[in-house]
Design a protein around this ligand. Sequence first.
Ligand SMILES: *Cc1c(COP(=O)(O)O)cnc(C)c1O
Length: 376
Amino acid sequence: MISAQLREATLEVDLAALRHNLRTQLKQIPGAQVLAVVKANAYGNGLIPVATCLNSEPGIAGFCVAMLDEGRQLRDVGIEKTVLVLGITPVKYAPVAAAEGVSLAVGDLDWLRAYRDLARVTGIDKPLRVHLALDTGMGRIGFTNKEDLAKAVELVQDPAFDFEGIFTHFSTADSGRQHDTAHFAKQVAKWDDLLSVVKEKPRYVHVANSATALWHQDKVVSKIVRMGISLYGCNPSGSELAPSWQLAPVTSLTARLTFVKKLAAGEAVSYGATYVAKEDEWVGTVPVGYADGYCRGLTGYEVLINGQRCPILGRICMDQFMVRLPEKLPVGTRVVLLGKSGDEQITATDLADQLGTINYEVLTNFNERLRREYRG
Ligand SMILES: *Cc1c(COP(=O)(O)O)cnc(C)c1O
């Protein structure tokens, strides 16, 4: 996909806000170490610029990615810190991880045996760094009982492996509802129980995502946080729980009007002609659409122009949409789709609420076609 340089639409990434979010949270958990979660193109903000910015910050122990390709990209730009792939990597690709010194999450015995055998046959010289994943109630990946975990701990003593970490993931740390806090407590209990079979703890023992760090600080074991969404200035709970500290939004999406016209009463706008002007009005065209990740479900929502909220008229198209202007405005006028304008602000959570989703999905939807600009 082409990153469009020759149009007026930009995803602005505020690296000062990113550093602020990291430093603020490090202050709250003194001595904490952060594995910065940069999967999905650093939540849409750009893998390499975000990782490079964070790499030189005190408190960053390393990075978490979703897949091995992302880890390799970090190594390619010279990042030498720990890089952990959070998802399961097929055994056949694991030699690449060993060669690159990328750590892999492993959640079952068959995987460990298969890799050990492969390493013996092929004579891989560097041990593979592994983090054993424990499924304490997320129901996604990992060991679920002590017997298997004990065997896994034995298996990773093989010279094919470097037993570097052990971790779990909480599914309800971002919620204050009774069902969710009860589930969280169950996961903590299961974690403690499973961990009792691991006599010699590896270097990284980690359980905390952003929400755990924000709302369950006493459970951030070994003071290691896999910090994702809060780095990017978003509240992991949406609007349900108030963050214990101030997060600064990192991501803005802006564009400039490409076309301005006066629409006469009775005239229609966009596909399906679903919007018909009730009276004469000024209408502007914005050069962003659902193919950029500005979802079609935002039809009926609004943007900011000169500090004023302006409604979107008619359906959002693939590459453009129309808005009602408060008055005649020149082509080139700045439009804020996500971010601040004057005293007004549209957050990723606002867009998520409109779409019936979560701020994570709003950010990760922004794709390569949007040019990224970095400041701070
Ligand atoms: C994505 C992910 C995280 C980061 O979660 P945030 O809520 O963004 O902080 C942490 N751990 C695991 C295992 C993940 O998959």
